[in-house]
Design a protein around this ligand. Structure first.
Ligand code: GTB
Length: 213
C-alpha cells in the first residue's frame, strides 16, 4: 500500500487546498487504498524528509522501494499503474497528459503568483499597486481556458488525470474571487468536487485538518 506524507496540520484547516489532496483524489479514483504519515513544517526540513523530498515539501509518495515527489509525477505514476485516469487510446492519452502539464505549467503559476501577492507581499508598500496586475494576468489564463472548455463537461472527452489536476489548480482561484467570474469554469470545478472519489479524499484530509475549536 502506498504511503503519502501530508501536513500534520494544513494551514488551510481542511479546505483541501494543500497538494496531498490531489494525490488522495487520484488514489480514490482508481480505488487504491493508502496510508498517510503526518509531518510538521519543521520535520519537513530535516534530513530524514529531505532524503525523500529534496525541496522539503509535501506530499511524498512511497511504494515499496520507490519514492516519488512532485504531484504531477505521482499522479502520472498512479495513472500508468491503474485504469481510469488516462484513456487507453494513444492520441487521447497524449492529449490528457498534455492537459496535466497545462494544469501544472500554465495554470498553476498564475495562482502561485497571486498567492504570493495576496499573502506574502501583502505588507509591502507597493502591494496594492501590484495585486491588480497579478489578478489581470491570472484572468488572461482563466479566460483562455474558459474559451476552450466552452460548455464541455471535461477538457477532452471522458474525465482524466488532466481534469483532476486542472480542477485541483482551479480550486485555488476561488478564494481570491476569480473563479466565479467564469461560470463554465466554476461549474467544471463543481463537477470535479461532486465526484465520489473527490468527496472521499476531501473527507480524509478534513478529518486531520479541521479546526478543533
Ligand atoms: N510542485 C510541488 C508539487 O506539486 O508536489 C509543490 C509542493 C508544495 O508546494 N508543497 C507545499 C509545501 O510542502 C504544500 S502544498 N510547502 C511547505 C514548504 O514549502 O516549506 C501548498 C499549499 C500550502 C498551503 C495551502 N493552504 O493553506 O491553502 C495551499 C497550498
Amino acid at each position: 500500500m502506498p504511503t503519502l506524507t501530508v501536513f500534520d496540520r494544513s494551514p488551510d484547516e481542511g479546505k483541501g487546498l494543500a497538494r496531498d489532496m490531489r494525490v488522495r483524489w487520484a488514489l480514490e479514483e482508481v480505488g487504491q487504498p493508502y496510508n498517510v504519515r503526518l509531518i510538521s513544517f519543521q520535520a519537513m526540513k530535516e534530513p530524514a524528509h529531505l532524503a525523500l523530498h529534496p525541496f522539503g515539501q509535501i506530499p511524498t509518495y512511497e511504494e515499496g522501494g520507490l519514492v516519488l515527489f512532485e504531484t504531477g509525477s505521482i499522479i502520472f505514476h498512479i495513472a500508468q499503474q491503474h485504469e481510469g485516469l488516462l484513456p487507453a487510446d494513444a492520441p487521447a492519452r497524449a492529449r490528457a497528459i498534455t492537459w496535466m502539464f497545462a494544469a501544472l505549467n500554465t495554470m498553476e503559476p498564475p495562482i502561485l503568483d497571486l498567492t504570493i501577492a495576496r499573502i506574502i507581499e501583502a505588507k509591502m508598500p507597493w502591494a496594492q499597486e501590484r495585486l491588480p496586475l497579478v489578478m489581470d494576468r491570472a484572468r488572461v489564463r482563466l479566460g483562455q481556458l474558459s474559451a476552450r472548455l466552452e460548455d464541455g463537461e471535461w477538457l477532452d472527452g471522458a474525465f482524466s488525470a488532466g481534469d483532476l489536476l486542472m480542477v485541483s489548480v482551479l480550486l485555488r482561484f476561488r478564494i481570491p474571487g476569480l473563479l466565479e467570474e467564469y461560470p463554465n469554469l466554476a461549474a467544471y470545478v463543481a463537477r470535479g468536487e461532486a465526484r465520489p472519489a473527490y468527496q472521499r479524499a476531501f473527507a480524509a484530509q478534513l478529518a486531520i485538518n479541521a479546526p478543533t475549536t
